[in-house]
Design a protein around this ligand. Structure first.
Ligand SMILES: CC(=O)SCCNC(=O)CCNC(=O)[C@H](O)C(C)(C)COP(=O)(O)OP(=O)(O)OC[C@H]1O[C@@H](n2cnc3c(N)ncnc32)[C@H](O)[C@@H]1OP(=O)(O)O
Ligand SMILES: O=C(O)CCC(=O)C(=O)O
Length: 374
């Protein structure tokens, strides 16, 4: 499904929500490297930390700001005067002032009322704007909020000078059709920019983020490799490729060098990337099945949904239990050895036996041995 070209602003929160993943701590050097690399790829906005966490966090935020990257920087803050004061003077121009939108949170976490939320927005957003900050109001738990109340929050935010509202599916319970409806409703009641913040508890963070963009969101939150609280956030790489490929939306992000950043973040977060994790997993561009390998060799488009070059990858053709003769002939050709179809057919059982025994693809020395045993 393609629509008219639009630009969606990626606001990457690897350094904020990404670092909130249980057990993850980035060193300053890692933060600087990740921020720098995100900027090199053309990510236009980076959410880089939470000033109220303390002096060290603020120093690190300042150090990132001192890099003078071309990306716009944001900090995250509870909607509290004292937290907001910590956001000033760090060299960061935008703050996400977060306050809960759902009755669940308002009553049972903040122990307050809807009226208190609206009054707090009015007061704190104005203070931040008067202090020279651009303000995004983070509507935490928006996915469980009453849409009429969310509209009142947006109205209060805009009246107080905010330029953006973040719709957060804090507990990751939305699905794309619901997101589409919710963002459509919000779009209809506010002129502010709208940002989607999704979590992957049901494996739908990217789908929900794409649905939000399709419904009119101007900004979307992502994290590298989908890092983030619990099951993580929408993965930067999936969102960028999905927006472009499915809707023709531009982000200005070039992922051809993404493997460097992906590895950097995986290492810094002490994470391993699942071998089948879309776009970044070891095996996601690997092909073994005979019919697929034959098709790819004839024309990559036969079995290519996503061009691996977009994310700095390439197709890998491997031999295994499901190989066919074209794949075998190709593997030998790569070694400079021409074999015919009849020979390939005779080699297939040897290859099957090998992989059943070793549970790995044969290497060049194994292939040479098979040939000699014919
Ligand atoms: C959904 C999200 O991802 S939101 C971002 C969450 N990120 C983090 O929590 C990581 C960083 N957090 C921290 O370092 C600490 O929690 C701090 C510095 C923010 C606050 O620490 P503490 O003052 O010790 O409070 P603590 O974390 O125990 O409790 C949170 C308090 O914030 C309040 N609070 C939570 N969200 C908000 C909000 N959006 N606006 C105002 N107050 C809020 C809670 O009601 C609670 O207040 P209470 O103690 O008066 O009941
Ligand atoms: O309120 C916000 O800015 C969003 C916070 C967040 O990370 C979430 O709700 O998951």
């Amino acid at each position: 499904m393609k629509s008219n070209s639009r630009t969606i602003i990626i606001d990457d929160t690897t350094l904020r929500d990404g670092e909130q993943s249980a057990g993850v701590v980035f060193s300053l050097a890692e933060k600087l490297a990740i921020a720098g690399q995100l900027s090199v790829l053309g990510v236009p906005e980076l959410e880089i930390g939470i000033p109220a966490m303390g002096a060290q966090e603020r120093d690190e935020i300042k150090a990132i700001a001192a890099l003078k990257l071309p990306s716009n920087l944001l900090v995250w803050s509870r909607m509290r005067e004292e937290d907001l004061q910590h956001c000033l003077g760090l060299g960061v121009g935008t703050v996400d002032l977060s306050i809960s939108a759902s009755d669940q949170h308002i009553q049972h976490k903040l122990k307050q009322s809807r009226a208190w939320v609206l009054a707090t927005i009015e007061r704190c957003v104005k203070t931040a704007v008067d202090a020279g900050m651009q303000v995004c109001v983070g509507a935490e738990d928006a996915s469980r909020a009453d849409s009429d109340f969310l509209a009142l929050m947006a109205e209060a935010a805009q009246a107080a000078g905010a330029c953006r509202i973040r719709f957060a599916d804090t507990v990751g319970i939305m699905e794309p059709f619901g997101v589409f409806e919710a963002i459509r409703k919000l779009r209809a009641v506010t002129d502010m920019d709208i940002e989607m913040h999704a979590h992957d508890d049901l494996g739908l963070a990217t789908a929900n983020t794409l649905a939000a963009a399709f419904a009119g969101a101007t900004h979307v939150n992502t994290t590298v490799n989908g890092l983030g609280e619990r099951a993580g956030n929408a993965a930067l790489e999936e969102v960028v490729v999905g927006l472009k490929q499915l809707y023709g939306f531009e982000t200005g992000v070039d992922l051809r060098n993404f493997p460097v950043l992906s590895r950097q973040v995986a290492t810094a977060s002490g994470d391993t990337i699942g071998s089948r994790k879309s776009l970044i997993g070891r095996d996601v561009f690997s092909h073994e099945a005979g019919i697929h390998v034959d098709g790819l060799l004839k024309d990559p488009n036969n079995y290519q949904g996503v061009d691996p070059a977009l994310v700095g990858r390439s197709h890998q053709l491997v031999l295994g239990k499901h190989s066919g003769s074209q794949g075998v002939m190709h593997a030998y050709k790569q070694l400079g050895i021409q074999i015919n179809r009849w020979q390939a057919g005779r080699l297939l059982p040897l290859i099957r036996e090998f992989v059943s025994l070793h549970k790995r693809a044969p290497q060049s020395t194994d292939l040479n041995q098979f040939l000699h045993s014919l």
